[in-house]
Design a binder for this molecule. Structure first.
Ligand SMILES: Cc1cc2nc3c(=O)[nH]c(=O)nc-3n(C[C@H](O)[C@H](O)[C@H](O)COP(=O)(O)O)c2cc1C
Length: 163
């Protein structure tokens, strides 16, 4: 069974998860920015969440897949237990054409880029992303992710999907 692991990343969080999944099956993770040619029948596809959706490059790649076994994984700033994260997972599944089989999925928190946080800090108080004590706590919670537990959970989900 041929397996490929591909990912999109802006600040490296999703690459960390991709590298863990790839190492678990003895392959090298490929960055979608390098336009890899993917012939494997089982493909793990990693995305980062951009405004509630899988980022555009990963979304574009997911739409090209046909007849594959697809494992979806990603990182986002919010907790994976939130309705927002559930919506993101659903959005990712909806990008996969019906002639593929989604064999599993995994989403974990990833540190939010300092430049984005600096931008949020400048928003006026009535802006939806203006900092609040709650949002600052969420950003701080994301800062240490993905951590070793996230990577282990990702590999466990991946191995279960491959059974
Ligand atoms: C432009 C932008 C938009 C983002 N939108 C969201 C979002 O809607 N929800 C969320 O939880 N995190 C959001 N994030 C946080 C990223 O999804 C998170 O930090 C992710 O781990 C980045 O992955 P990467 O390091 O692989 O690029 C956003 C980050 C950026 C830079």
């Amino acid at each position: 069974m041929a397996i490929a692991v591909v990912y999109a990343t802006m600040t490296g969080n999703t690459k960390q998860v991709a590298d863990a999944l790839a190492a678990a099956v003895g392959v090298t993770a490929q960055n979608l920015a390098d336009a890899p040619e993917v012939t494997a029948d089982t493909v793990a596809v990693g995305y980062w969440v951009d405004k509630g959706l899988p980022n555009e490059d990963a979304a574009k790649f997911l739409r090209t897949l046909h007849g594959k076994r697809v494992f979806l994984f990603g990182t986002l700033g919010a907790s994976p237990a939130t309705p927002h994260a559930a919506d993101c997972r659903k959005a990712a599944r909806e990008l996969v054409a019906a002639d593929n089989t989604v064999i599993g999925e995994f989403l974990c928190q990833g540190a939010i880029a300092p430049a984005l946080l600096a931008m949020f800090e400048k928003f006026p108080a009535d802006h939806p992303h203006a900092p609040t004590p709650e949002s600052r706590a969420r950003w701080a919670a994301a800062a240490s992710h993905p951590d070793a537990d996230d990577l282990a959970a990702a590999v466990a989900a991946w191995q279960a999907a491959l059974q």
